[in-house]
Design a protein. Structure first.
Length: 205
């Protein structure tokens, strides 16, 4: 018996299987590793515009004839008693800021007196629309040109003013010196100035 037909069938089936099968996958080419991402530079904040310097106002120096304005360049100008209220309040406010209180005392001996107060215990008095006096009782750093202010001792007061004198009054231990007046905490050399004034202050003795 011949095997040729069976061999032909086997070969035909083998060829069919090869034709229907998927061709073998081509070998993959290895890829080079990805380059690391370049680091990003940190964001630079936008430059803020420089704040313009704030103009400096004058400083105040207490004076027996009014208030002395000391400008940043060192020059001084006297704001004398007798100046109109609006002008004096504006000038004082350039150094002290806005007033914190304002009112009128109708019982002052010289007549109804307007009293304008700033923070720190400084007050200015105005009679008939004009600057008439001032008083200081707490504000630190507010002194005369020679350094006398609230907190100065009696010894310092007498060393600065040759005409200084002290007396007992209904207000307390009261002194006068160079057109200034005020109260001391006692009579000894180390007694300190508690209140300082000039002009008419509407004091009730």
């Amino acid at each position: 018996m011949s095997h040729t037909p069976r061999l032909s069938v086997v070969l035909a089936l083998a060829m069919l299987a090869v034709a229907c099968g998927e061709p073998p996958a081509a070998p993959k080419t290895p890829q080079p590793p990805a380059a690391p991402a370049a680091p990003q530079a940190p964001e630079t904040p936008a430059a803020m515009p420089a704040e313009p310097p704030k103009p400096e106002g004058p400083l105040l120096a207490l004076d027996g004839e009014g208030i002395r304005l000391v400008r940043p360049n060192g020059s001084t100008a006297l704001l004398p008693f007798g100046r109109p209220t609006a002008e004096a309040v504006a000038a004082l406010s350039t150094a002290l800021g806005a007033p914190v209180d304002r009112g009128t005392n109708a019982e002052c001996g010289a007549g109804p007196t307007e009293i304008v107060r700033w923070g720190g215990g400084f007050s200015a008095m105005f009679l008939e629309g004009k600057f008439n006096g001032w008083s200081a009782d707490r504000r630190k750093g507010l002194t005369t040109m020679n350094g006398i202010g609230v907190g100065s001792t009696r010894a310092e007061l007498f060393a600065s003013y040759g005409d200084a004198s002290v007396e007992d009054s209904t207000l307390g231990t009261e002194f006068s010196a160079g057109g200034l007046g005020g109260l001391l905490s006692g009579t000894g050399a180390t007694a300190r100035i508690e209140t300082l004034w000039a002009g008419d202050i509407c004091a009730f003795r």
